[in-house]
Design a protein around this ligand. Sequence first.
Ligand code: NI
Length: 194
Amino acid sequence: MNKLIIALAAIATLACAPKAPLNTWTSEEKALIEAQDSIMRVLLVTDSKDSTVLRTPCDTITHEMLLSEDYAILARKMLATVKSPQQGGVGIAGPQVGISRRIVAVMRYDKPGRPFEVYPNARITAFRGKKEYGPEGCLSIPGRRGNVLRYRDIDITYSTPQGDTTESVQGYSAIIFQHECDHLDGVLYTDYLD
Ligand code: NI
């Protein structure tokens, strides 16, 4: 009986232990980021291992990580992946390339030339107006589309080497930001569908 109690206590301790702070890139992350390929594999909900990663809430990218060579490589490869002819997406989030970190790449329809830009630690910090339905798809959910209610006018806050910054985003880019930031919390657009 005592042994059982000790074993149960040990399990309880493990279960309650705070998650170890992930202040640097893990060896698994470095291996994925530094792999030879310039384009990363996109995880799919149809694969059970991939699905677990897509459902895992992401960790923050620290200031030190933001200044690292691995961050620069990851940003470059996420852009190359989302822009690649086989993907042709308008946005992508860390978990979709197997990196459980708060990073998204978004096509800025609201800027001249519609540039793709990368945002570390992106989060939506204000919503304005009413939600409206619009069609969405996801690189991780092939062969599906659906209508989702989203705001058209938001504020995003993200990290820069100089500190956090906030900007207003309107229109389609605002929808993309909401979709991609959901990915960072393990939420998929299909969760909103009936
Ligand atoms: Ni998506």
